[in-house]
Write a protein that binds this ligand. Structure first.
Ligand SMILES: Cc1ncc(COP(=O)(O)O)c(C=O)c1O
Length: 389
């Protein structure tokens, strides 16, 4: 049996959707990107959505639009994808890592306030694996210190907190449509915002700083005149082929998200007897989007003293599953321990103990909506026997 870590869910709708731009010839950002943005607003309750080429470029636009500059500090979690910190570096600003909570894998909001300095301008909380960050606490710190919040909701489509969708709490939210995410456009991203000026600037920044989009220009009189370029923008546009694919994916979003949640609930039941596997926890009043099903490998209480030994045991277990055709992965990595950050900022492992534990002991299991009971039983049985061995 071969059980991958995830599988995209495409059907006739997706095949037909990507054909239409090829038939009409309009393949750059156009009507389907607009339709994708409108439908994204409808499903998330966002006031405005701006599609981009990836979540990384969405985050880059958001921090640029908020005026991030050299000398500024931005607080980011110590356990996330490296892009969360990289976008701060792109602007010449400094990412200040905040350690996480190894139960939720998200920002430890008890540490957060202590990291605010006179240079801090913003916070980028992450909704890792589709589990919401503690947004009440994050927003309270932001309000108290007059900081902006850009939510890294790369994994957060289908994630809700207190009745509101992830990405709708801060000044902006940024989503990913990479194939590891619940819905995909190949590569792709989205910025959500309720601030009209941030929306206008984000639309312009994704398109070289243009004052009008090509689609708008071509559909109105005066299309022979070029836009004006008054700000330093990027080419971070989504193509209309991707936009069409995104529309088809949003059309089956309920099936995808319900399927993922059902599988996750079944894992919770099947694995509840394993005292060495601790599934990710989420805040009260939130709904998990299950971009991934991740837990902590903890046959004993992990500390910096025993984490290396436990890491060897986790990896042996992952290798055993791989030999049986079952894919597993670490949840993600700890950016402060990557060479770039470790060297630039002189970071030591003991600076972020929870990130070190999460990086070395997190374990993501296969999860996709079309997964069968038999496949899931195979994963669980393999886990039990690999651990016993
Ligand atoms: C938390 C987080 N932020 C940002 C990104 C970057 O997303 P993209 O690949 O769409 O640029 C990812 C992708 O894995 C992610 O997991």
């Amino acid at each position: 049996m071969n059980i991958p870590i995830t599988k995209v869910l495409f059907g006739e709708e997706e095949l037909r959707a990507v054909q239409i731009p090829l038939e009409t010839g309009w393949v750059v950002q156009g009507p389907f990107v607009k339709q994708f943005e409108d439908e994204f607003n409808r499903q998330t309750g966002a006031a405005a959505s701006i599609a981009t080429s990836s979540c990384t470029t969405a985050l880059h636009i958001a921090v640029a639009a908020l005026g991030l500059k050299p000398g500024d500090e931005v607080i980011v979690p110590s356990f996330t994808w490296v892009a969360t910190a990289n976008v701060v570096e792109y602007m010449g600003a400094t990412p200040v890592f905040c350690d996480i909570d190894t139960a939720s894998f998200n920002l430890d909001t008890t540490i957060l306030p202590s990291l605010v300095t006179e240079r801090t301008v913003g916070i980028i909380p992450v909704h890792l694996f589709g589990g919401s960050a503690e947004m009440a606490a994050v927003m309270e710190v932001a309000r108290r210190h007059k900081l902006w919040v850009v939510e890294d909701a790369a994994c957060g489509f289908g994630t809700w907190y207190g009745g509101k969708h992830a990405g709708t709490f801060g000044e902006a939210g940024c989503f990913s449509f990479h194939p590891r995410k619940s819905i995909t456009t190949g590569e792709g991203g989205m910025i959500t915002t309720a601030d009209p000026e941030l929306e206008r600037l984000s639309r312009s920044l994704r398109d070289h700083g243009a004052s009008r989009s090509d689609h708008d220009r071509h559909n109105n009189r005066g299309s022979f005149l070029l836009s004006e370029y008054n700000v330093l923008g990027f080419n971070f546009r989504m193509t209309d082929i991707q936009g069409a694919l995104g529309c088809a994916q949003l059309g089956r979003a309920t099936t995808i998200l319900d399927g993922r949640r059902e599988r996750a609930a079944r894992y919770d039941r099947l694995l509840s007897g394993l005292d060495w596997f601790r599934p990710q926890t989420i805040p009260a009043g939130s709904v998990h989007g299950y971009q991934a099903y991740v837990g902590l490998f903890a046959p004993e209480e992990p500390t910096l003293a025993n984490v290396a030994g436990l890491n060897e045991r986790r990896n042996a277990l992952m290798e055993q599953l791989e030999s049986q055709g079952i894919a597993t992965r670490p949840g993600t990595h700890a950016p402060p321990f990557q060479g770039l950050y470790r060297e630039k900022y002189g970071i030591r492992t003991e600076d972020f103990p929870a990130a070190a534990i999460a990086e070395q002991l997190s374990l993501a299991l296969p999860l996709f909506p079309q997964m069968t009971d038999a496949e899931q039983d195979t994963v669980c049985e393999a886990l039990v026997s690999a651990f016993a061995a």
